[in-house]
Design a protein around this ligand. Sequence first.
Ligand SMILES: NC(=O)c1ccc[n+]([C@@H]2O[C@H](COP(=O)([O-])OP(=O)(O)OC[C@H]3O[C@@H](n4cnc5c(N)ncnc54)[C@H](O)[C@@H]3O)[C@@H](O)[C@H]2O)c1
Ligand SMILES: O=CCCC(=O)O
Length: 491
Amino acid sequence: MVHSNFKLAEPSLLLTKGWINDEQVSAASGKTFDVIDPANGDVWTSAPAMDQVDTDKAIAAATEAFKSFSQVTARQRARMILKLDELVREHKEDLAQLLVMESGKALVEARAEVDYATTYSWLMAGEAERIQGEAIKANDNPSMRFFTQKVPIGPVALLCPWNFPLVIVLRKMATALAAGCTMVIKPSPETPTTTLALALLAQKAGVPKGVVNVVTASNETTPEVGKKLCEDKRIKKVSFTGSTAIGKLLMSLCAPSLKKMTLELGGNGGWVVFDDAELEKSADALMANKLRHAGQVCVCANRVFVQKGVFDKFAALVEERMRKLKFGHGLDHDSTNGPVTTERGAARAVTLVEDAVNNGGKLVMGGKRFGTGYLFEPTLVLGAGREAQVYREEMFAPIVSLYPFEDEDEVVELCNATDMGLSNYVWTQNISRAWRCFERLESGTVAINTANANTAESPFGGIKESGIGKEGGLHHGVDEFCVIKVAAMTV
Ligand SMILES: NC(=O)c1ccc[n+]([C@@H]2O[C@H](COP(=O)([O-])OP(=O)(O)OC[C@H]3O[C@@H](n4cnc5c(N)ncnc54)[C@H](O)[C@@H]3O)[C@@H](O)[C@H]2O)c1
Ligand SMILES: O=CCCC(=O)O
């Protein structure tokens, strides 16, 4: 059953077909798949289960469109992105409702995601106009000159996850448009509806036919669609956000054609609370960081390290805050948080808690599923051993797990003892220690006295096995969609 608060002001924003060459299309096979409301497990809409046959058509459309779109001026592209940005803002409430229904997150978070997404469309409209080259005079030859020009790399594949379907798709889409690339977008099977709505809004914004294509794939057809997009030589770049395991698989598929990739993958970040930290502020911030979208954020802190002298006090502050939360359907007015998005995510949360307790963790609250969908209680665990999965692996669940530590050297070593390197968080009032931690911690971002590791104009991306390349930032993100050509001449 569809939740009674689900009412779109513009019902045509809910599309149930794929989007190829500016047309709404069914899968060639005629197959469809169900889209589930994660809060109750009910089917609320469907999408075509497209496969490599449909993907081939989408690649052909993007390839044909690139011939003319690559010649569109930067100012024209900027205007299209600005119009898209305006339309997303205009339809904020509808997009937020679609986000709740497909991903499960609470409405307040969904609205924040729409706002956050438009920080990227706004930035990228400006970035389109800042793509310029350089004039270089040779250092050892008085008559040689070199000129560089950044040109769009070509048709690109955007493979997107289910946790932030609007911000991640709009971030990649607006960046590709800024650079002058055409695209085939594959949303995650759980969350096709906001991507399809964005394709419709891009059309309304004047983005030409064939520039934006959306191939909706089921969990069964996703591997063949992903393989086709990585292997097809007409696609010049793949931008993927998702798990490290799938990122590695896609990289192996891109290797034979040496396809350029941007990979935004998983994390296992530390949240480090030193004994001089503002504990109340850190506990408040931890709720926003760790329990946002039920803990399913790549930049969520995974391991909360608290210095021994303040461990009990901090644990009490965290528990007090967690007990005030109300996990429920994202469209219920009193829900502060929603469910996890998938059945596999909810099932895994159960085993993570069991395993943490088996490894010496003390379960203070939560630990169980409830309701008919994928709701999971906010869970607090203290002092699990370092063999526990909650310590070693990215949880992607609303489980807060606290570990005591002695001193700075120890905690830096603990934070860095992982293959991941996305974000770490440091809470201290000692500015020298904060700076030392920034320099010593192995992650793309080190956030100091804040829960926020990301903003559109700052480059975002992991190191180690958390990824390759950057998104957003001034020139960083858009450069990933360009190649540099050099002209050399004698004067
Ligand atoms: N970095 C992120 O923002 C992010 C987002 C979603 C999931 N994850 C990671 O994934 C884990 C669990 O999520 P999951 O169960 O969906 O994991 P998963 O590894 O099965 O899938 C991750 C994403 O990749 C897509 N995918 C899977 N196989 C693919 C293929 N062959 N080609 C193209 N796309 C493919 C999925 O549809 C999904 O969106 C989490 O614990 C987290 O580590 C990270
Ligand atoms: O999960 C990844 C996206 C989160 C973000 O952009 O802050």
